[in-house]
Design a protein around this ligand. Structure first.
Ligand code: ZN
Length: 260
């Protein structure tokens, strides 16, 4: 049986960088990446994610408002709630905290995060978090949030922070796993439970070796899988099987709706 992968995080809804998403989806399928999750960062990008999911069997959508996107309004929650009824809208995201950039204030970000977490709780929706230079604040915000499953996309915290977030949650691994200088990241990922690791490209960002400096594509996901196979000391097939099972466990709507 051919190897099949799930890219749990990409932005093919970025029409500026992906003017022809259909082609990127076809190339991904040729590389064995038969299921893709296209993630929103605001109302506009979330709508485009849902449209792509409608048009392509292997595409699923994630809807929500990113901490550095301006223009969140409470009325948007109703729209995200409506979209989540769609069988191929698998999670709310990407939401969270980002203290690296200053387009939005920490107070704004926290308000949006709380509102969207309340919505996720009421819907029983999985959540995809974006977190940059703000893990301790996110840990504090999630204290007592017992709903789930939660995916910490592009995880860049310490192992202690992963433990504080909860090792029963999920951790997204991207292109940096292949970077020569990412020894610390590889050590942390090696310590996390295998059944909690999700593979993602975050395309067009974070291209793996040997595509650094270029546009990232979902078709490059197997390169990250190969790096993970080395860390785990297992075959690439086993990595594809385990991480696909992990994705279905974290995002139940992925299961049963076709791949390629
Ligand atoms: Zn993203």
């Amino acid at each position: 049986m051919a190897i099949e992968w799930v890219d749990t995080h990409c932005h093919l809804n970025d029409s500026q960088r992906f003017p022809d998403p259909d082609r990127a989806i076809a190339e991904a399928a040729d590389a064995g990446v038969t299921r893709l999750m296209v993630v929103g960062i605001d109302l506009h990008w979330s709508r485009k994610a849902v449209e792509l999911a409608d048009r392509h069997e292997g595409v699923f959508a994630v809807v929500g408002h990113h901490p550095t996107s301006k223009g969140f309004r409470d009325e948007h929650l109703k729209v995200y709630e409506e979209w989540f009824k769609h069988p191929k809208v698998v999670a709310l995201g990407e939401i969270g905290l980002d203290y690296h950039w200053d387009m939005t204030t920490p107070e704004e970000q926290d308000g949006w995060l709380r509102a969207q977490l309340e919505l996720a709780k009421s819907l029983g929706a999985p959540v995809i978090f974006h977190c940059r230079e703000a893990y301790d604040a996110l840990i504090a915000r999630l204290d007592g949030y017992a709903h789930g499953p939660l995916d910490f996309h592009c995880f860049a915290g310490s192992f202690t922070q992963a433990e504080a977030l909860g090792l029963h949650h999920y951790f997204g691994v991207d292109g940096p796993l292949t970077y020569p200088k990412a020894g610390d990241l590889r050590e942390i990922i090696a310590l996390l439970p295998k059944e909690r690791i999700l593979l993602e490209t975050d395309a067009p960002w974070l291209p793996p070796v040997p595509y650094r400096g270029k546009l990232n594509h979902p078709a490059y996901l197997p390169l990250i899988g190969e790096a993970l196979a080395q860390i785990w000391g297992v075959s690439v097939e086993e990595v594809a099987r385990q991480t696909s099972a992990n994705a279905e466990a974290c995002f139940p709507k992925l299961a049963g709706v076709g791949g390629g």
